[in-house]
Design a protein around this ligand. Sequence first.
Ligand SMILES: Cc1cc2nc3c(=O)[nH]c(=O)nc-3n(C[C@H](O)[C@H](O)[C@H](O)COP(=O)(O)O)c2cc1C
Length: 196
Amino acid sequence: MAAPDCGGIRVAVIFHSGEGHTATLAQAVLRGVEESGANGELFDAATAILRMQELQRFDALVFGSPTYMGSVSAGFKAFMEESRLARGQWRDKLAAGFTNSASQSGDKLNTLVQLAIFAAQHGMLWVSLGLRAGNNSTQGSVDDLNRLGSFLGAMAQSNVDQGAEQAPPESDRATAFCLGQRVATVARQMRYGVTQ
Ligand SMILES: Cc1cc2nc3c(=O)[nH]c(=O)nc-3n(C[C@H](O)[C@H](O)[C@H](O)COP(=O)(O)O)c2cc1C
């Protein structure tokens, strides 16, 4: 299918990653954004703090953090707290989120909830993952899209003994790609209305 014309839609992907696994997901989200015809840009959380004012020019902000101790990482939390300086600037922009951790659950849902509340504190509009749950029947497998069965945002799982070249697996990267596509598509619809 041809990429839709997103005419100037801009999406920022803001993430923290200690060992590179969440960074891999951020890149997958970015690919989804760009293959939908929108313009995407990656910001690691430390850079985003320094370039906070630039985030105003984006239509949508996608937030990504590893799950550390059942919550967003300290690196991402630093960005969250510094963003108080941008209060009011992100109102009515789109937001979405993704997270990655070692365990299948690992309390990742709490991280996505934190990200959604963070977006709400800025008056943003949260975009859910929008995929059916995978790997939940006898026909399912870990290769399914949305294999961890998340709805609020994209979840990924990376084995502790695998580096970022190997984990998270392709199914999780594809799930993150879909999140990027969806955010770009919804941003286009918000600006131009729903088109065929
Ligand atoms: C300080 C710390 C806390 C962690 N807490 C959790 C946790 O609560 N649940 C979990 O499943 N994995 C946990 N992990 C594992 C990481 O989520 C996992 O290694 C992830 O792939 C790291 O992503 P990154 O490479 O982007 O930092 C923790 C790792 C660290 C370093």
